[in-house]
Design a protein around this ligand. Sequence first.
Ligand code: PMP
Length: 423
Amino acid sequence: MSNAAISARRTEAIARGVGVTTQVYVERAKNAELWDVEGRRYIDFAAGIAVVNTGHLHPRVVAAVNEQLTRFTHTCHQVVPYEHYVRLAERLNVLVPGDFAKKTVFVTTGAEAAENAVKIARAATGRSAVIAFAGGFHGRTFMTMSLTGKVAPYKTAFGPMMGEVYHAPFPVRLHGISVDMAFQALDKIFKADVDPSRVAAIIVEPVQGEGGFYEAPREFMTRLREICDRHGILLIADEIQTGFARTGKMFAMEHHGVAADLTTMAKGLGGGFPIAAVVGRAEVMDAPGPGGLGGTFGGSPVGIAAAHAVLDVIADESLCERAERLGARLKQRLSGLADRVPQIAEVRGPGFMNAVEFNLPGSATPNPDFANAVRVKALERGVILLTCGVYGNVIRFLSPITIEDDVFAEAMDVIESAIVESA
Ligand code: PMP
């Protein structure tokens, strides 16, 4: 079987709306490496978009899932419930930042988590409006597409969007948007578009993911929390991409010293199995009535079993500390290229949620062609990279945090040569 032959079949069989960034058809994977159907090996710096933080097929995740498969795979928790669903909720209620009683609901995907966070916020406040941020990404369902702050390709041809969703600018120093400017714009929304007393929630990624790996400044999050408190608005932290040790903390909000009322999570929680959750203030989470939340596959027994193992692995293998160490090495290495590569505008990101942004040399004009050239060159040399950013001019680095030191070093050499030779 060849990649090209499958790719031709894919073009015939699969809707083109499902974009594919590589033509590497995977056959098997292990920790940070994968092998395609032609037997070629790759180092995976995408990790299924920040999903296998604990590596492909972590032995403890596999063992937990295998053990679950000997007992039952599906009963629907709403019909015949199971104890490890409750126990995972108990663990997350403790782990999620916030010194208050919490409750949890499990769903299946990130978008579903964000959808449910908005439903819960509306039920709890009796209000309908939601404020999100330009450049933010929350999913592809109707509400989450509406919350997403990027038009092409996510919203193109899919309108009308859901009502009462407003977008404020996200503070990005590199793009000349200060924290003060972001709050002036938010104030303008309160004056021109919607009274704050009608706003149910503000949803924010502590580090924008798809939008370009921009970390919310600490002052921004503190002031957002103050505004929410002043107006009775709930703060939703979308930790779907930032969660589970990626930023050097279990959750990125731990960097900010303030807590969200509701936290969405997915991706890394299941270590490769689909499971997602909303965790929040107990009284807020209890606002929807029985039957108002859930779904057939929400909190699948297999996903729940995997998630318990993921939490154990993160703690036992000190993956938060490891994320800090790997990220520091990566950022140091890339920062050292600045003299030779005038296209590098910034190297950034907390923990191991790192990115490099490229502009035209000596200018503030985004350079998506350069980012793409680096991505393609690295792929030719066996390293899978992803771009991101509203302008597509950012390369993000998302290998498993469990990546072996020698595999990491090998990938660093490839990434460096791909950047230097594209300059
Ligand atoms: N929120 C964030 C911050 C994300 O990064 C993503 C996925 N990239 C989503 C929501 C949507 O998650 P899913 O694709 O699982 O629906």
